[in-house]
Design a protein. Structure first.
Length: 300
């Protein structure tokens, strides 16, 4: 802290002017060689409202500005997509929005940074680590992490259901029938592709996601508007639920979600496009339920 001392009238006027211009009390204390409490008392004595955490909204306003209108209505494709992605793979903590992705998806995190106008924010590398869970060792791959601070953005996201501690209760509000939201959710917490059926000479085309029971129920209802079958819903490990469309039903839902889109996770978009290119004929409503696929695999 600086040494507490009297200030001149001119200095006092400059303190008020700078503070109203969003310069922090810490910066002012350093500039005028006084303590932060002195700056606080001086502002209050001169009837200048002192910004607290709730009033400031974004404590990094000066150094780390963001586009706080990113999720203002009306929502475009990109904003709706990121709401879905944050619902699946984002974390809300206080005034902070935190996203942590596998290192191989670092490019996608950069897309989110660009969308949020968080140009000066730096992503951090989370090193690989080994953990013991359920009595067995689990290897966690390296990851990249981004944290953005904005009370306004957090409040806006909450109106769509993206709230703290949402893992077991997640439920979208107002975007239940929006394909861009669901594509974002699948990119964050889903799987697209094919795999060989055990003991059989054909493959299964799958579109699956996992999450809370409410969000899975909403996804099932949305999927049934796209194909003539509901997805297979199962209660997974712990309290998480899983949902699966397969075969021709999966192809039709994948087509609706990923065809002609402008934003998606690159590796899942490639998998979706490969499925659609290989099995486009399954979009024909006359294809029978018991069609069997040839043995050709698509990486997720």
């Amino acid at each position: 802290m600086g040494r507490k001392r009297p200030i001149t009238i001119e200095q006092g006027e400059e303190i008020i002017r700078l503070y109203r211009g969003r310069v922090s009390r810490n910066s002012l204390a350093q500039k005028f060689n006084v303590s932060r409490p002195f700056i606080t008392d001086f502002l209050r004595e001169n009837n200048v409202p002192v910004r607290g955490a709730k009033e400031a909204g974004n404590q990094h306003f000066d150094k780390f500005p963001i586009r706080e209108s990113a999720f203002d209505p009306p929502l475009g494709e990109e904003a709706t997509y990121w709401i879905g992605f944050l619902m699946a793979d984002g974390c809300i903590s206080g005034r902070h929005i935190i996203v942590q992705l596998s290192e191989c998806d670092a490019g996608h995190l950069e897309k989110f940074k660009s969308f949020m106008g968080a140009i000066k924010h730096k992503t951090s590398l989370v090193p690989a680590q080994d953990r013991i869970a359920g009595g067995r060792e689990i290897h966690i791959k390296p990851a990249v992490r981004l944290a953005i601070t904005s009370a306004k953005v957090v409040a806006l996201l909450a109106t769509f259901g993206v709230v703290p501690r949402k893992s077991l209760v997640a439920q979208v509000v107002g975007l239940e029938a929006n394909r861009h939201f669901w594509r974002g959710y699948i990119d964050g917490n889903g799987w697209v592709g094919t795999k060989k059926k055990t003991g059989r000479n054909d493959i299964s085309i799958n579109l699956s996601l996992c999450g809370s029971k409410p969000i899975i129920t909403q996804w099932n209802a949305f999927g049934r508007t796209l194909t003539d079958s509901q997805c297979n819903v199962v209660h997974g490990k712990g309290k998480e639920w899983q949902c699966l469309f397969s075969g021709r039903h999966a192809v039709r839902v994948i087509h609706h979600l990923y065809h002609d889109c402008t934003i998606a996770l690159t590796r899942k978009l490639i998998a979706a496009e490969t499925v659609l290119e290989t099995y486009a004929f399954l979009l024909n409503p006359n294809i029978g339920y018991f069609w069997k696929s040839p043995l050709r695999s698509v990486s997720p």
